[in-house]
Design a protein around this ligand. Structure first.
Ligand SMILES: Cc1cc2nc3c(=O)[nH]c(=O)nc-3n(C[C@H](O)[C@H](O)[C@H](O)COP(=O)(O)O)c2cc1C
Length: 331
């Protein structure tokens, strides 16, 4: 079965990539991922706030301006709390590149302008095959409009991607009002692909201690549904690469992500739980599934259920919602 795909202009033998996470921290694990057949590996993110000595202090100050209490701002980690500082990150990237032959994708995570490009250039010089830019942000300031935030993000992507000689993917959070137009703007700004979606680590409340605590729902296949919808909506109009991240645990999940339009599938929790061997199982399982359903190659399945090709495109839109509400029968 021909599982080949192209992600960010990089030819891959199949779509399964190790996503950004601690999986890439340890060289032995990195090598085991390669041995298990990972098509590429994404390093954990370096936070852009780590890039200059004042970055975290600035972030604290901006959080305070945005209405967060000074105490809340102390939630930000100290420089020593980060797993890798900027220099160590580049050293680690060089070591990973020296140990494996598969493409290595570095990751920068930030939401404000400044400091990106110089460091992105160092990442490229250290040998990264691509850069994933994670724009995770939680906007609490009522003066920052959606259009304003999108324009800031577009400018960040343009400032990093245009001068860089390696491809840039943008990892987005799910809640944009007009995602197809924004994705197109990002592509025009130089993004070679979009990664759908960040998982929000949602805060919970401890009602006895009156504390905001980190809420954590372990990853499960149900998370994939949000990704499927937006992959399917973006696929017909977005000409760059699309990667799914979040909720891929089984062969069926992978088939769905491909049919919705993914060029690549990032795995994290399923590998953290089951080890690199899970990647081999999913790759081989995908090949068997396609063969059993009379496909000759993966590209025949890709996008076959997107908004332009599925039999009932209304199901991705408002019609499905109206139908569900009107036909509810008490269950
Ligand atoms: C322990 C852990 C660490 C992660 N670190 C990063 C990171 O550094 N950068 C990033 O963009 N995403 C990070 N993620 C998010 C993953 O890349 C992925 O998008 C998310 O876990 C959803 O995929 P999954 O359902 O396969 O776990 C992390 C996830 C986990 C569980």
């Amino acid at each position: 079965m021909d599982l080949t795909t192209t992600y960010l202009g990089i030819p891959l033998p199949h779509p399964f990539i190790a996503g950004a996470s601690p999986l890439s921290d340890d060289l032995d694990t990195v090598r085991r991922l390669e041995d298990a057949g990972a098509a590429a590996i994404t390093l954990r993110s370096l936070f852009v706030e780590q890039l200059d000595a004042e970055g975290l202090a600035t972030h604290r100050a901006m959080d305070s301006i945005a209405g967060a209490s000074a105490e809340a701002a102390t939630y930000l980690p100290d420089p020593d709390d980060f797993r890798l500082g900027p220099d160590a990150y580049l050293d680690h990237l060089r070591r990973v590149k020296a140990h494996v032959a598969i493409p290595v994708i570095a990751s920068l995570n930030g939401c404000r302008a400044g400091g990106w490009l110089d460091y992105a250039r160092k990442i490229a010089a250290a040998g990264a095959d691509a850069l994933e830019v994670n724009l995770y942000d939680v906007v609490t300031d009522p003066e920052r409009s959606s259009a304003g935030v999108e324009e800031e993000q577009r400018k960040i992507v343009a400032s990093v991607a245009q001068p860089l000689d390696i491809p840039v993917a943008v990892k987005l959070s799910p809640f944009y009002t007009g995602l197809p137009a924004f994705a197109r703007h990002l592509q025009r700004a130089g993004a070679a692909g979009i990664v759908l979606f960040n998982r929000f680590f949602e805060p919970d409340l401890d009602i006895e201690a009156l504390e905001v605590t980190p809420g954590h729902t372990p990853s499960h296949s149900g998370l994939l549904l949000l990704r499927l919808r937006w992959l399917a909506i973006l696929r017909p109009t977005f000409t760059g690469s699309l990667a799914a991240t979040g909720g891929v645990h089984t062969v069926d999940d992978a088939v769905k992500a491909i049919m919705a339009g993914a060029d690549a599938i990032q795995l994290v929790t399923c590998l953290l739980r089951g080890g690199p061997a899970r990647l081999t199982e999913l790759r081989d399982g995908l090949a068997r599934w396609l063969e059993a359903h009379d496909y000759d190659h993966l590209s025949q399945a890709r996008g076959s259920m997107d908004l332009a090709h599925c039999p009932h495109p209304a199901a991705y839109r408002r019609a499905q919602y109206m139908r569900l509400l009107q036909t509810w029968s008490g269950e």
